[in-house]
Structures are given as C-alpha cells and as structure tokens.
Design a protein around this ligand. Structure first.
Ligand code: SF4
Length: 506
C-alpha cells in the first residue's frame, strides 16, 4: 500500500505485507489459532502491525488488529475470544515515522461496513493509479478516512456493489479499474473468502488444503510456508488475474477475471523476500538462491587463482545470503563459514535516523567472528546492495577482524531504479548502482561501486543468469528495478509526470 515513506531510512528493500485465510467445514470449530500460525510463519513480510477478521457461519465479522508482532498482538486471550470457522489475517509493513502509522484505520484487515455492504479486506500490494480512482469516487460522494490505496479498493468494491450483489462480478469490475500489483483476500458477511491476484501476478498467493478425520480446511496464503505450518498440502498458486472463491461448504471455485499476454512476478521474491522453504509459482525459493550462488562461482575469475583459493572462505551475510553462499561454496569447493554473527534481538536497523546511527546499528546487528576470518581471503555473499552503507560497514568490520581480502558477491543484478509496485526502495540517485551508472556509465560503474564500498573485488549476478535460475521466461517476471522497464501503464504515466516536473524545474 502507499504510505508516507521516509526513503532515507530504507537500507534493504522491504516487502509490504502478508495475507492469510482459512475456511473450515466444522461450524463449531475456531480457526483463529490457524490464522496465528499462518501469520507468524510470514512475519518476515511485515512486522509493524497484524490483525485478523473472523466469522462464525451465520454470525458477523469480528476484527482485531494492533501494532506489533503476531506473537504480541494475537495473544491467548484474543485467540480464545475471536472465534469462528472462517477468517482472514494480515501482517503489515509500513514505514515507522509515517504519522498515521499508529492509527487502527491504517492497519489491516480493513473491516468495511455501511448500510449496503459489509466485508473485511486484507491487501498486499500497491495501486499506482489509486489517486485517480479516489478522485472519481470522491466526486461521486464517497468519503475517505485514510490516504491508503487499500481504502480505495474497499470503497471501489462498495460502490460497484450498489449495482450487483454477485461477488465475482464485483471483483471482476473492480479489477478493470485497478492498475497495480496486488494479492488480496476478502471475507464477506456470508462467510465466503475470495482470493484475488492482479492480472500480472506481481505478488505470490497460493492455495492449500488440510483434511483431518474431523474436519476439512481450505487455506490461502501469500507464501506456501503458511500452508506447511498447518500441516496442509499446497494445491496450486492463484493464477494472475484469477479470483478463487473458498467456501467452507462447497470447496474452491475459480474464475479468470482478466487475461494478460504476459505476467510480472517480482524477481525479488526469489532473491530476498520469500522464505527459502516457500515455493512461489511452482519454483522453490531455496533452489533458486542456491543456483544464484552456483552461477556466481562458475563465472568468478578469482577461483582460477590457486593461491587465493588456498586461504579462501565463503561467508554469508545472514540470513538472506545463506542459501546463495551454500551454492557458491559447493561450486567453488571452498569452506562455507558462518563468519558473521547476527544479533537476532536487534531488528529494523533501517528505521534508525541518520547515517552515523545506521552505521553503528550495523555493528550492533552483525559482528565478525575473528577466529574464522583472520588471515583469510573472505568471499561475502549477500542478496543485494541498495545504498551501499551496510555493505561498506560489513567490509570494514571483516577487514578490521584481520581478513587478507574482502570480496563481495551479490546474488541480484545491480538495482538501478526504484520500485513503483509496492516495494520500499530509495530513489535512483540514492540507489548506489542507479546513481553510479548515471555518473560513470555502463562500463565503469561496477568498479566505481567497488571503490566506494572498499571491497577488494565485487561481482554481481547477470540478469540472464537470474532469469535462468528462476526458470521462467523474461516476460513472466518483473525486472523493472534492474532494467527500468516497468510493466504497468499507470507507472509509466507517473514516470512521465515526474520527468516533466523535473525538466520544468531545470
Ligand atoms: S520493480 Fe523490482 S522490487 Fe518492484 S516488483 Fe519489480 S522486480 Fe519486484
């Protein structure tokens, strides 16, 4: 969703949310604890607030949400009292510092109720053309209480529902107006869950089932790890442009709302966002990361130097560099060493204000193990470089701990452009690769980044190798932050407007 981002604070790209839903055919049973498990397994997709909306068949929707982690918000008391056999949940990432962050109006699920319609909505994504839709809705008399695109989606649905009571029809009509990246769940007052994925399928969304002797469940989750944690079986992914109706009585029903000649699954799901044990659109995240490491090792000229290799170790930046480092170490036939200790109790260094404070925070979070790195040629594996601040600090720490050389290998190709599809990235000038590419040109910018971060050598994944590791076609993936080619019309319109404004200023 769109929020007041404080871009200075972003050091790593941030996912915005996770969604999760369950239906159970036993109307005397409560699925609230299942929602808890599904959300906690996807805590990595959003840590600022969490919430659930639950309904007992024949009853009304009850919603509970608050700031904080799943384990804090959904305590025993809440789970015992929010009771029903159908429900949806949501983890939200939003930038701390946005003024509205603490307001429940900005947390999800968004429980919408007026004289005509009641439903609850859990939304993961961004609608770049939301301002236009909002204007049209306001012109027709709708009153908004937030400035989020989530509320725009809810108000759009409520407006369309004035003309038809058919939910598939409502959602089909809504999807023709929404030009964005989204996976969303709707729980309606009749106890049906609708799972919808945007026509290009930017965000993951998958379906699962669980059958026990007593009960049958259908599950929908941003990531398949949410299905695994319940002991469920992954059925399939929701297709781009598809709406799936999960009914606790009648099973699954599907309809394709919009067909597109391409898809645009976010490549960063494989590089960084998704949990390694998840399977996204039929592809194992861990296997992709391992292959990215193998690719880097296969093309690494340093590995042709026997003297360098004698003392070399492969060190992941925890946690996201691990699977990549395993692949690299395997292919290079070098020791994999956990040479950086991560303090799990310090999190969100990216929210710390000021460059000095952020640099100090890296030390609080990561500490090199001197006994492992001293006297070694260290090859560090990380997923991406955004601003370069954290990478510079890590290199310094490892050097100070006595490494002979520090060599950086990045599993993602250079990130040169911001994301307009819901991922929190800095602007082009704040992205080290974007900025340096413009300043030094295609042939020189990687070497200039190497000098800037203080590495002995630096190599990135190529876009072709990334695509091959994911095993999809180029036109099935979003690569916009790597290429500058955006797959949404509304984004291209925004970029044109931004260009026009900046050329006016010049
Ligand atoms: S621009 Fe990058 S981060 Fe954004 S959706 Fe596309 S691939 Fe993902």
């Amino acid at each position: 969703m769109f929020t007041n981002k404080n871009q200075e604070e972003v050091e790593k790209p941030r996912e915005h949310c996770a969604v999760f839903g369950v239906t159970c055919d036993d109307e005397t049973y409560s699925i609230s604890r299942f929602l808890y498990l599904g959300l906690i397994s996807q805590q990595h997709r959003g840590q600022e607030s969490t919430g659930i909306s639950v309904l007992k068949t024949g009853g009304s929707i009850v919603t509970y949400k608050d700031k904080g982690l799943v384990s804090k918000v959904l305590d025993d008391h809440v789970l015992s009292n929010i009771w029903g056999n159908v429900g949806i949940g949501h983890n939200r990432y939003a930038t701390t510092g946005s003024q509205e962050f603490g307001s429940p109006d900005y947390m999800q699920p968004l429980h919408f109720k007026n004289n005509e319609i009641e439903f609850s909505l859990a939304f993961n994504g961004t609608i770049p053309n939301y301002a236009e839709i909002k204007q049209d809705l306001e012109d027709s008399g709708r009153i908004f209480v937030t400035n989020t695109d989530t509320e725009v989606v809810a108000q759009l649905i409520a407006t369309i529902a004035l003309k038809t009571k058919s939910w598939p029809e409502i959602l089909k009509t809504a999807s023709t107006s929404l030009d964005g990246s989204y996976s969303l769940l709707i729980l309606n007052a009749q106890g049906a869950i609708y799972a919808i994925r945007d026509p290009l399928g930017f965000k993951p969304l998958c379906l699962g089932e669980l059958h026990t002797e007593q009960r049958n469940y259908y599950i929908v989750s941003s990531e398949s790890c949410g299905i695994d944690v319940l002991g469920g079986k992954l059925i399939r992914d929701v297709e781009p442009g598809e709406v799936v109706h999960l009914s606790h009585r009648k099973g699954l029903h599907s309809e394709i709302m919009v067909k597109s000649d391409r898809t645009a699954l976010c490549q960063f799901e494989f590089v960084y966002f998704a949990r390694p044990d998840s399977v996204v659109d039929g592809v194992s995240v861990a296997q992709v990361r391992r292959q990215l490491g193998i690719n880097l090792a296969k093309k690494d000229p340093l590995l042709n130097d026997p003297k360098f290799k004698e003392n070399a170790i492969v060190v992941p930046v925890p946690d996201s560099g691990r699977s990549v480092a395993v692949g690299y170490a395997y292919e290079a036939n070098l020791p994999y060493v956990e040479g950086l200790m991560k303090n799990r109790y310090v999190w969100r260094t990216f929210i710390m204000p000021g460059q000095k404070r952020r640099e100090a925070a890296v030390k609080e979070k990561l500490n090199p193990i001197k006994a492992f790195v001293e006297g070694k040629n260290v090859i560090i594996l990380d997923d991406s470089i955004v601003r370069g601040t954290t990478t510079t600090k890590i290199i310094n720490l490892i050097r100070e701990a006595g490494a002979i050389s520090v060599n950086v290998r990045i599993s993602c190709p250079p990130v040169i452009r911001p994301c307009y599809m819901g991922i929190d990235f800095p602007t082009t000038s704040e992205l080290i690769a974007g900025n340096f590419k413009e300043r030094y040109g295609d042939d020189n910018y990687i070497e200039e980044i190497r000098k800037q971060i203080g590495a002995d050598s630096l190599r990135y994944q190529t876009i072709e190798d990334l695509i091959a590791a994911i095993g999809k076609k180029r036109n099935q993936l979003c690569l916009a932050c790597l290429t500058g080619e955006y797959p949404l019309k509304s984004v291209n319109k925004i970029i044109e407007m931004e260009r026009a404004i900046s050329s006016d200023r010049v």
